[in-house]
Design a protein around this ligand. Structure first.
Ligand SMILES: [Zn+2]
Length: 452
């Protein structure tokens, strides 16, 4: 027994040393930055249904090949109603004329060519909008003015996104002829923040756009003076009834148990108004680089590491398609994770609650500690939009929480550019994911599913 305990202990010691080595090499490895620089420069904006997304797919395959990934696969799926932006503008028309910085929301119907022009009704919150009496917004452009503060972090973004998703249909049901949303982002510049919205079946489909924070501030000040404020909104867009999208993946096969899969990735698609550096070229670069570092440990890990680059996150579709395609493999996916919050530093790791009793995960915690990452005793109830359908099918998830402050200033805006990425923070992300992948793949740790 003593000999067994001693050999297990030394095996764990060796694993820890190898994981620390992976972590240290990651901090000095230029690969993630090179991938990020290339995806943002060589490919550019890549909304689903665009030529940019097709370039992104080719880019992913070529990079997987160059980096030595195996079993590279392109899984195509049908994307219905791919939305592509056209020219957009807005002007204040009363009490005086002034351009307003706006961005159409994804899935919005276009306006007629001369636009929609009306007096605005400023509404403080989604709850307030819901509570308004029927007909109270007749003939108005409803402006949902809920303010998302960076101190609220991801929870604030979720609340702002609820208004973005549902606001137009709720306003339309009360008579509004247009909908505008104070940007669901924290930028103080005149950069509006786009994102997806949805129409309810029951309400008329009215045009929907976001307005930049300083311009929403102006509307607020004018309304506070008791002045009738009017604006004109012009939106154009195209809807492709059906197009092809792709989830692209590659693996490093495990040396002993190749059917057991540790699955991570980011999403290849982006909004159209920038190169999508933080959202989500960073996640793509971080997970590709981390997987290669983990696979190049002193000894190739026991289980397979798979990187999936999802092809339709922003307007949805890739999560469902991936889970459906891999339905028969669910039991073999040990754990899934996604990097999709830019390159802000990781400060916390969460997974299924019961997993922490496994000593291998305590080893991982020890390896992550010098990076400033703490173990979260609360179970991860979410791992990323693209692994949500895997999670619902029973796949355990792991989540690395990141500092969201810079992210919410830039993502979904025209400022989501390479110069806003902090390279040291990017490297810290790579180190965290690489060590994590190595320990999950090498140790044989078994993670219970999230609801166990
Ligand atoms: Zn994203």
């Amino acid at each position: 027994l003593l000999a067994f305990v001693a050999s297990t202990a030394s095996a764990d010691g060796a694993m820890r040393a190898a994981a620390e080595d992976v972590r240290e090499r990651a901090l000095a490895d230029p690969l993630a930055w090179e991938l990020l620089e290339s995806l943002t420069t060589d490919v550019g904006p890549r909304p689903v249904g665009s030529a940019g997304m097709e370039r992104a797919k080719e880019w992913a395959v070529a990079r997987f090949q160059v980096l030595g990934f195996e079993n590279i696969s392109i899984e195509s799926f049908e994307k219905k109603d791919a939305w592509l932006r056209g020219p957009e503008s807005a002007q204040l028309t009363a009490p005086y004329s002034r351009e307003l910085a706006v961005l159409g929301l994804g899935n919005s119907v276009p306006t007629i060519q001369e636009g929609v022009e009306a007096e605005i009704a400023l509404i403080g919150s989604l709850a307030e909008l819901r509570a308004m009496p029927e007909g109270s917004l007749a003939g108005r452009i409803a402006v949902l003015n809920w303010r998302f503060d960076s101190a609220q972090g991801e929870a604030g973004y979720r609340a702002a996104s609820d208004g973005r998703r549902d606001g137009a249909s709720i306003a339309a049901a009360k008579g509004a002829i247009g909908f505008m949303l104070r940007s669901a982002g924290t930028s103080s510049g005149r950069r509006a923040h786009t994102g997806v919205m949805r129409y309810a079946e029951s309400a008329p489909r009215i045009p929907a756009a976001a307005i930049a924070n300083p311009d929403a501030d102006l509307l607020e000040r004018l309304v506070a003076r008791g002045i009738a404020v009017r604006l004109r909104l012009r939106l154009a867009s195209r809807l492709l009834p059906s197009t092809t999208a792709w989830n692209v993946s590659g693996v490093f096969r495990g040396r002993e148990d190749p059917d057991a899969v540790i699955l991570v990735g980011g999403h290849l698609d982006s909004w159209d108004n920038s190169e999508g550096a933080a959202d989500d070229a960073a996640g793509v670069a971080i997970t590709m680089a981390a997987a290669r570092l983990a696979a190049q440990a002193r000894v190739r890990p026991r289980r397979t590491i798979r990187v999936v680059l999802w092809g339709s996150e922003e307007t949805s579709g890739s999560s469902e398609a991936y889970a459906e395609r891999h339905r028969d493999e669910i039991a073999h996916i040990v754990i899934a994770g996604e990097s999709d919050l830019g390159a802000g530093r990781v400060y916390k790791i969460a997974t299924s609650k019961c997993a922490w009793s496994d000593p291998h995960l305590q080893t991982l915690t020890a390896v992550l500690a010098p990076l400033g990452i703490q173990q979260d005793p609360v179970a991860a109830d979410f791992g990323g939009v693209d692994i949500e359908h895997l999670r619902k099918a029973g796949v355990p998830v792991v989540r690395l929480s990141q500092d969201p402050r810079e992210y919410f200033d830039v993502h979904h805006t025209a400022d989501d550019t390479l110069n806003r990425i902090n390279r040291r923070a990017l490297d810290q992300n790579v180190a965290a994911w690489a060590a994590l992948l190595y320990v999950f793949a090498e140790s044989g740790v078994d993670i219970c599913s999230h609801d166990d």
